[in-house]
Design a protein around this ligand. Structure first.
Ligand code: ADP
Ligand code: MG
Length: 628
């Protein structure tokens, strides 16, 4: 007799299970995707002990007949593909017919399901691959899958599970991804004790983002749209200020499937370009729709990796659409006065309770910023205290850079329809909003933090720190990119001591530093002499700046490229920018305004915060009820 035997079915299933269900989170993913494929509009996921003790998924989908319910647990049993050519046009999330067989071979499973039109439901129990005869049971339409004691019969696997807390976190992440992938489905994610989050299922991705990250975060998102012949892209990207320190909050969905694709991720990051600091990653939820023939999800059993047949085209679309959204936001980010304040409401002289930026103003020590004081002053005005809009008006009229986005974007649309043209297509340049002869004339400094200025059309409140940061940053980046950094010799070379561990790394980067206008020589075992600095650093506290920059160099490691180093240095230079509360002279303000008008992006500081608020003459006139 030969030595080869065909392995028992359960054993084969268990081996296959290793690929499909590695942990509770993969079980959650498979069950939720089955519910989605069944057309559910509501899906509830409950986790006991992080899903190790039990994962329950309840849906209101199409359910199964008694016959199908029994078949569902057979390996390669699926209702989703029937013949080989179906594989080339997969619209469903599942198609391998493996998940339920795999799960049932390594857990205790209870399935309760009732299809539309069926008199009653059916209960199917499978333990470690052994199925008990199906029984009728009273049940609502839809399907409940209960997976208990995962890996109870495969101790080796069980050993690899982490703490309940870690497993729960992974499972929750899966539900988060799926709920973002399907904003039209209402998700509830809970433990035995509490609801972790739930989404409304109204089809709005922003509402889902709000459920996961908070309303404030969701409100800041920028809309992305784009299309080419084969692809349609929509979704949201975060502002540069929303960036996180990991890539985990960038979501890509292709035909409703959450996927990971490094090339697309890079395309998004390229679109942000210098708007992101080193080590920060954008948040986004991007939805790509395409012919299923153009994407192969069958690369990995968990279908998380995919292969795109025209990856370059997709990346180009993503990059240009994201860049257009960001550019557009730059133009509209300077908050404008909203002119829709109800008629008869008082003139908004104060800024109580307005979010973000105006709140900063209130913290200023100036007595004029004290809300009580302002209210007292205003109360003296005879027209005040009449009308009902009293408390609402200021908040309605002034809005923060972030909250105002929608209305600003809308007014932008009205004012400049051409700015929208080509949106999402091959538009790499920010639309030109600034006239070539744009001149900002400073009027004076307010609250020792803001420069008031006008350009003949609009009134500006410029954040002096943000403006200076922008200018310093661009000075270095531009000069570096154009290869004309002017090194400025120091009269007496600056002596800097560096940690011994960092010395080698810094010395290895002498060439790159030289290209940035910084010439250093070793001077003993842990000291360097700095002989030149970039000329744009004149007048800054360059000693502190250099000390930090050299520390950075050591921490950036050998993989850092010359542009990385340049960006880090440019970002460092921001720290040396004039601060809030620094008094400025008129010539200083003039110089800063002059340079700002020439900036590539005068609208945002390098960290993405707005540089100025702006009100047009017309908006002022409207606020003063000179016109309606
Ligand atoms: P696949 O999803 O790849 O088809 P599965 O093993 O996950 O394979 O599921 C097998 C079959 O069971 C599915 O094709 C589907 O017909 C049925 N099924 C599984 N879960 C559900 C559900 N929640 N509602 C309705 N039918 C389901
Ligand atoms: Mg499935």
């Amino acid at each position: 007799m030969g030595k080869i035997q065909v392995m028992p079915k359960v054993m084969a299933d268990q081996i296959a299970a290793g690929e499909v269900v590695a942990r509770p989170a993969s079980c959650v993913k498979e069950l939720v995707e089955n519910s989605l494929d069944a057309g559910a509009t509501r899906i509830e996921v409950a986790l006991a002990e992080g899903g190790i003790a039990c994962v329950t998924v309840v849906d209101d989908g199409e359910g199964m007949s008694a016959e199908d319910a029994a078949l569902a647990f057979h390996r390669h049993a699926t209702s989703k593909v029937h013949e080989p050519r179906d594989l080339a046009r997969i619209r469903t999330l599942g198609f391998r017919g493996e998940a339920l067989a795999a799960i049932a071979s390594v857990a205790r499973v209870r399935l309760i399901t009732r299809a539309r039109g069926e008199e009653s439901g059916v209960l199917v129990r499978v333990e470690g691959g052994d199925m008990l005869p199906p029984e009728p049971i009273g049940a609502p339409f839809g399907t409940t899958m209960e997976v208990r004691d995962l890996f109870f019969n495969t101790p080796a696997r069980l050993k690899y599970l982490r703490s309940a807390q870690t497993e729960q976190a992974r499972s929750v992440e899966v539900v988060q991804r799926e709920s973002l992938a399907h904003p039209e489905v209402a998700f509830v994610c809970r433990t035995e004790r509490q609801v972790l989050f739930q989404t409304p299922g109204r089809g709005d991705a922003r509402e889902v983002w709000a459920a996961l990250y908070g309303v404030g975060e969701a409100r800041m998102l920028l809309e992305v749209r784009g299309a080419t012949g084969d692809y349609a892209l929509r979704g949201y990207v975060g502002r540069p200020t929303q960036a996180r320190s990991s890539r985990q909050h960038g979501y890509l969905f292709i035909n409703g499937r959450p996927v990971r694709n490094p090339a697309v991720q890079q395309a998004v990051e390229r679109a942000y370009g210098e708007r992101l600091m080193v080590g920060r990653y954008p948040v986004y939820a991007l939805y790509l729709e395409m012919d299923p023939a153009l994407v192969d999800p069958n690369v990995h059993p968990q279908k998380w990796e995919i292969r795109l047949s025209e990856e370059r085209d997709v990346c180009q679309l993503v990059e240009s659409a994201v860049r257009a959204a960001l550019d557009n936001a730059m133009l509209t980010a300077s908050p404008r006065v909203r002119t829709s304040a109800p008629l008869g409401s008082p003139v908004p002289l104060n800024l109580p309770e307005a979010p973000e930026r105006t709140r900063e103003m209130q913290q200023s020590p100036s007595p004029a910023a004290d809300p009580k004081e302002r209210t007292r002053v205003l109360a003296r005005s005879p027209s005040f205290g009449q009308g009902t809009g009293r408390t609402a008006a200021p908040r309605e009229v002034w809005e923060s850079a972030l909250a105002v986005r929608e209305s600003a974007a809308a007014s932008q649309l009205e004012a400049e329809p051409e700015a929208q043209a080509g949106h999402g297509e091959d538009r790499h340049e920010a639309p030109q909003e600034r006239p070539a002869d744009w001149r900002l004339r400073p009027i004076g400094q307010a609250l020792r933090m803001y420069i008031l200025a006008d350009d003949g059309n609009d009134l500006y409140i410029i954040d002096q720190h943000a403006a200076h940061e922008r200018v310093l940053y661009e000075d270095l980046v531009d000069a570096w990119e154009q290869g004309d950094i002017q090194p400025m010799p120091l009269l007496t070379p600056l002596e800097l001591s560096i940690a011994p561990s960092a010395f080698e790394e810094v010395m290895a980067r002498r060439e790159e530093l030289l290209a940035l206008g910084i010439e250093i020589d070793p001077f003993g075992a842990q000291t360097v002499l700095v002989r030149t600095i970039p000329d744009s650093w004149q007048g800054l506290d360059y000693a502190a700046l250099l000390r930090d920059a050299l520390d950075d160099l050591a921490s950036m490691g050998a993989k850092a490229t010359a542009p990385d180093i340049m960006h880090r240095l440019a970002t460092r230079a921001c720290k040396a920018a004039i601060k809030a509360h620094d008094a400025l002279t008129m010539p200083e303000m003039e110089a800063l305004c002059r340079r700002l008008t020439r900036a590539r992006d005068p609208y945002h500081c390098p960290h993405g915060r707005p540089v100025f608020l702006r009100m047009s003459e017309r908006e002022l006139a409207k606020s003063f009820r000179r016109i309606v």
